[in-house]
Design a protein around this ligand. Structure first.
Ligand code: SF4
Ligand code: SF4
Length: 469
């Protein structure tokens, strides 16, 4: 069936056409001011500031956050992660997931309202739209009217602003995967590689489409989190709710009517101004109860509080609350699911810190030569051969020296240094010799690999030196 298919019902005396598809109406959310709007603006500045500035920060010549895929190295705040550190990446993802579960169970859709990239970028796109096309009411009127020169230039201005911002977003995104100063240089000289160009354009286009056009549709129809979060909600979860008992029966009234006289006039506190609907970015009416489309942006709280103040009524007709509080039951913050998420977060965090702190910046693997256990030399010494695999996991090239200890007179025959680039894995054949006298059949020895310029970069590995029976 096509989207516009209709279903025909016939009965004996009538035929009815039921539309299964309705076009989504463009939403023009009215501007709102208030403490939650200010909080959201501050969050937008903070998060976007981090996004756009982080890739430009370098320490000791190294970009602070860089996911260098070709070199298979991830630089994150001075730490270098390798593909072998996959377990740490998995741990971080688990931490993020359980952190989100925890916040959702405790505070509902705070993430959606203040920190989700879709919310954050949409907010900026709406600011730019307002800059070019004016307030929501004017935009709606102009959009419904005929094309004029004024309408055309405003649309051009809006899309130009959107495009510049989207391109900057796409460029910054790629700057997390390619050193951003090199990328900027290539962009200015039109010398970006095919992949770099593709991702800049793709990500810019995605930003432009999601934040400029799809907006609330992403939250309503595409976001998986919106669908499964209800499983994390309970009657103690923080939600945004309209106080039905206080607000109903709604209706217009004279401003002279005192709050104390409302009950006598069979009126609740809601003056039915519909401003809470007009400011809603998802176009819902919070007075109809909790709906999955609500992204908890709190715009309706801000505007309703303003109405209440102007009417000289108490604020909080729409407010952050819990279902239990609405039902006049006590709300509990500490409850089994919160304890469970806290425990899981602590376990994952402890595991992550333990594994991360034990990560050596040098990796050493010692293998014995399997062809000969030992060789007796004519000068009375015994010789064993090994293959050392050394990996430089620091973020710069290093020269390493190798020493062996644990046996009297033990010495390395031949070269015992290796130069490795950052991330390079080197294989080094090592021959050890020790005087025949005093050697047992099995002798525990220790290999030490140490960086010449940074002696703290060191690692040890035990092995066995085999002597004749
Ligand atoms: S903004 Fe407040 S007073 Fe106005 S319709 Fe909404 S709930 Fe009622
Ligand atoms: S109902 Fe209120 S909190 Fe929910 S999306 Fe609409 S304006 Fe935001």
């Amino acid at each position: 069936m096509s989207a516009t298919d209709t279903q025909h019902h016939s009965s004996d005396d009538s035929r009815q056409v039921v539309e299964l598809y309705t076009r989504s109406e463009k939403i023009y959310p009215r501007e709102v001011q208030g403490r939650y709007a200010r909080l959201r603006a501050a969050t937008v500045w903070l998060l976007l500031g981090l996004y756009y500035l982080l890739p430009w920060i370098s320490v000791h010549g190294q970009q602070l956050v860089l996911f260098d895929l070709p070199a298979r190295k991830f630089y994150v705040f001075g730490m270098v992660f390798w593909p072998q550190d996959f377990i740490l990446l998995t741990g971080l993802l688990l931490l993020a997931a359980f952190g989100l579960f925890f916040v959702t169970a405790l505070a509902g859709r705070l993430w959606c309202g203040y920190a989700c990239p879709q919310t954050v970028w949409t907010e900026v796109f709406i600011w730019l739209e307002r800059l070019a096309e004016g307030p929501a009411a004017k935009r709606r009127k102009r959009d419904r009217g005929p094309w004029t020169a004024d309408k055309a230039w405003r649309k051009i201005a809006k899309h130009s602003l959107w495009l510049v911002f989207a391109l900057w977003t796409g460029f910054t995104f790629v700057g997390f995967f390619t050193p951003i100063t090199e990328l900027a240089d290539k962009v200015l000289r039109f010398q970006t590689s095919g992949w770099e160009s593709f991702w800049i354009v793709f990500y810019s286009f995605a930003t432009w489409g999601n934040a400029g056009f799809l907006r609330e549709q992403v939250c309503k129809y595409m976001c998986p989190y919106a669908r499964f979060q209800s499983a994390m909600f309970d009657d103690n979860t923080l939600i945004i709710s309209y106080d039905q008992a206080r607000g109903e029966p709604r209706g217009s009234r004279s401003r002279k009517l005192a709050h104390a006289e409302l009950a006598d006039n069979k009126l609740g506190d809601c003056i039915d101004c519909t401003l809470c609907v007009q400011v809603c970015p998802t176009g819902i009416d919070i007075r109809q109860g909790l709906q999955y489309e609500c992204i908890a942006c709190a715009a309706c709280i801000d505007v309703c509080d303003d109405v209440m103040r102007r009417m000289d009524y108490p604020t909080g007709l729409i407010r952050y609350t819990t279902q239990n509080a609405i039902d006049n039951k006590p709300s509990k913050i500490i409850r089994p699911r919160i304890l469970l998420y806290t425990l899981l977060l602590l376990v994952i965090m402890t595991g992550w810190v333990t594994v991360a702190s034990q990560r050596a910046p040098v990796m050493l693997d010692v293998m014995r030569d399997r062809n000969a256990l030992y060789r007796e030399l004519s000068d009375g010494q015994v010789e064993n051969s090994f293959l050392l695999r050394v990996m430089n996991r620091s973020n710069q090239a290093q020269e390493f020296t190798i020493t062996a200890s644990g046996l009297a007179g033990l010495n390395i025959f031949g070269d015992a240094t290796v130069k490795l680039e950052s991330g390079e894995l080197g294989s080094l054949p090592i021959t050890l010799r020790a005087p025949r006298s005093g050697i047992k059949v099995r002798n525990d020895i220790v290999f030490t690999v140490q960086a010449v310029s940074q002696p703290e970069l060191t690692i040890q590995e035990t092995s066995r030196f085999i002597g004749p029976r």
